[in-house]
Ligand binder design. Structure first.
Ligand code: SF4
Length: 342
């Protein structure tokens, strides 16, 4: 951003604290956030109530995940001087807005949410299980997500091209709220489309912490080498002397595209002429990934050894975010005619 210019739009995004972040989070979200914080007034939320919608049985673990996610964000360059970093549950106004919006949201809007259907499938193997595991809280998550955005009157929400429906729900709720109460108070948030490169895990599936195939930002060099060595390569290459095929190489070759564009021609030539074996090729890749992550890991270790500083950063963000949400709730209560008892 040029000196003196103003950030005119507000953007809001969040992550569920369910564990340490991995390379997929870095390239899929955090890289975009780094760009946003320079251009927009950025609100980044650690959405612990969203984690509870599916992890309610292990709720005591969420606290430590909040610290981990804050460490990951800050070590990747999310700057508390530019962005507001806060914990969702520290802003009770979001919960109140969720409640108020749930009163105006038709039940069938919630039930038809495609993401909810996916979550139900993921949570329960059969229908009987689904009845017990899909809680009232999970059913209401699209309304909670809407409250997350509207509490800060965010104008932009980053979404992938395939996730536009997530935001359409929030936009519908905004229109309905404004229509019922005869106001133009909330503006429908707009999607900020982001490109999210699909980063494969070591097994060739989508990288995800629940699949156990991820490379975490906070992994040690040795962990990373071990994991990279497990990457699925070209399944047709049996012997070391067989020429490899980069187009059939499932994980290392796509990773080279992300981390080492500058040597991809060299890697391709060495692979296809069998000058290099897959083990050596993966060891080299692990070294490149470790070099890339070195400054992030160093910063993370520094911050981790000063939890007091980390706590202050989060508390500062919580206070800043709460002030904004309090004003929104004051207005919403007024619009709905509920201010008398506050
Ligand atoms: Fe993949 Fe490298 Fe093996 Fe070629 S040599 S198949 S690029 S791991």
């Amino acid at each position: 951003m040029t000196a003196g210019s103003q950030k005119v739009k507000r953007i809001m995004s969040g992550m569920r604290p369910t564990g340490r972040l991995h390379l997929g989070h870095y390239f899929g979200a955090l890289l975009n956030w780094l760009e946003f914080q320079d251009k927009y007034e950025s609100y980044f939320s650690i959405v612990d109530w969203h984690a509870l919608t599916t992890k309610y049985q292990s709720s005591r673990e969420i606290e430590s995940h909040i610290w981990e996610i804050a460490l990951d964000w800050l070590s990747c360059g999310i700057d508390p001087g530019q962005s507001t970093i806060y914990v969702q549950s520290a802003i009770p106004e979001i919960a109140e807005l969720h409640l108020l919006l749930s009163m105006v949201t038709p039940q069938n809007w919630v039930e038809r949410e495609p993401t909810l259907k996916d979550m139900v499938k993921m949570l329960a193997a059969d229908e009987t299980e689904a009845h017990e595991k899909v809680t009232y809280g999970l059913l209401g998550y699209p309304v909670l997500m809407t409250a997350d955005i509207l509490a800060f009157k965010a104008e932009l929400v980053p979404v992938g091209k395939d996730q536009e429906s997530h935001l359409e729900f929030a936009r519908d709720v905004v229109r309905r709220f404004n229509h019922i109460y005869g106001v133009e108070y909330f503006a429908p948030p707009s999607p900020k489309f982001t490109s999210t490169p699909l980063l494969k895990g070591v097994d060739g599936q989508k990288m995800g912490k629940s699949y156990g195939n991820d490379i975490k930002l906070a992994d040690t060099d040795a962990d990373t080498i071990k994991k990279v060595k497990q990457m699925i390569t070209d399944r047709t290459r049996i012997a070391r002397s067989d020429p490899g095929h980069t187009d059939l190489c499932e994980v290392p070759w796509p990773m080279y595209q992300v981390f080492a564009q500058d040597i991809k021609d060299q890697v391709k030539a060495e692979c296809e002429s069998a000058q290099i074996g897959c083990v050596d090729c993966k060891v080299r890749l692990a070294g490149i990934i470790n070099e890339f992550l070195r400054p992030i890991r160093q910063k993370r270790n520094e911050l981790d050894s000063d939890r007091d500083r980390l706590r202050k950063i989060i508390e500062h963000g919580n206070a800043k975010a709460r002030k904004v949400a309090q004003q929104t709730l004051t207005d919403v209560r007024e619009i709905m005619g509920l201010s008398r008892w506050y």
